[in-house]
Design a protein. Structure first.
Length: 284
């Protein structure tokens, strides 16, 4: 079949059905992984599928098309709950990479250090998976099953991310630690979102990346926060044990496992401290 660039989703899914094809969009992960100047095998280029790019709103979800670029996300007018995702988008390589790389590609690459995953987990994102037989949705936490492994079935294409409207509420922040300030793969990264209602934290979402085989939500920490009165000293009541029980960091060339545990705990406290300080300033 070689190289195919369809202009309709039906044609794209027809190509995928029963054929061994590699899906290409921004190619910022795909090309480096080949080690060659040309992509081998059958290639399905989905960049001409205009329906897969852009951000739209309905009563239930905010929808992000799979070929929406990181630059698109940075420039979009989004609620405060999305600030974490926009901050992460600015960390995805250089401006040139952000102009080409797609949010769907970031997820399908399934790197433990994928910058987009923690913010999307903190937004309770669902992935929309389409095939000729229909469309299904899956929580992002169930879609990425391991390093470079996803829940995509044969003949399926990731077509969109769906963010529940209730998850767009609150303040949010993304923090990343690397060996240098820019253009770096993370040692640890944190996405956090807090919602305050009637003087108490009514919802909390905190996700950590680069500290486990897959990015993960810190449910124990979230439960500790819900029902608390927002105040700066709340940060110091979060125990290291509550954070570390969810993590399983590895030792590699960027950092060893003990350091990653320390870094994750510090980033969680910094992120929460920033959100709580913002709340205090706004309330003053």
């Amino acid at each position: 079949m070689g190289y195919v660039r369809p202009t309709s989703l039906t044609d794209a899914l027809t190509c995928l059905a029963g054929n061994d094809m590699r899906v290409a969009a921004g190619c910022t992960d795909l090309f480096p992984a080949t080690g060659h100047q040309h992509l081998a095998g059958n290639i399905l280029d989905i960049t001409a599928l205009s329906a897969l790019r852009g951000i739209t709103n309905d009563s239930d979800h905010l929808r992000i098309g799979a070929t929406t670029t990181w630059s698109d996300i940075v420039q979009a007018d989004l609620p405060q709950g999305f600030h974490q995702l926009q901050q992460a988008a600015r960390e995805v390589g250089s401006i040139q990479i952000q102009n080409a790389a797609t949010i769907g590609g970031n997820l399908c690459n399934a790197s433990p250090a994928a910058d987009g995953v923690p913010p999307l987990l903190a937004l309770d994102a669902l992935v929309e998976l389409s095939s000729l037989t229909g469309t299904r949705t899956l929580p992002l936490a169930q879609f990425i099953t391991g390093p470079r492994e996803t829940g995509l079935a044969s003949g399926e294409l990731l077509t969109a991310l769906l963010i529940p409207q209730q998850s767009t509420r609150g303040r949010s922040v993304f923090l990343k630690l690397g060996a240098r300030r820019y253009l770096v793969i993370s040692i640890a990264m944190i996405a956090a979102r807090l919602v305050e209602t009637d003087g108490q934290i009514s919802d909390a979402a905190i996700a950590v990346g680069s500290c486990s085989a897959v990015a993960t939500r810190l449910k124990a920490v979230e439960n500790e926060l819900i029902g608390q009165v927002p105040s700066p000293d709340l940060v110091h009541r979060i125990s290291d044990g509550s954070i570390r029980q969810h993590l399983a960091p590895i030792t590699d060339t960027r950092a060893d496992a003990p350091y990653r545990n320390i870094a994750a705990a510090e980033l969680v406290r910094r992120a929460l401290g920033q959100l709580l300080a913002d709340h205090q300033q706004e309330a003053a």
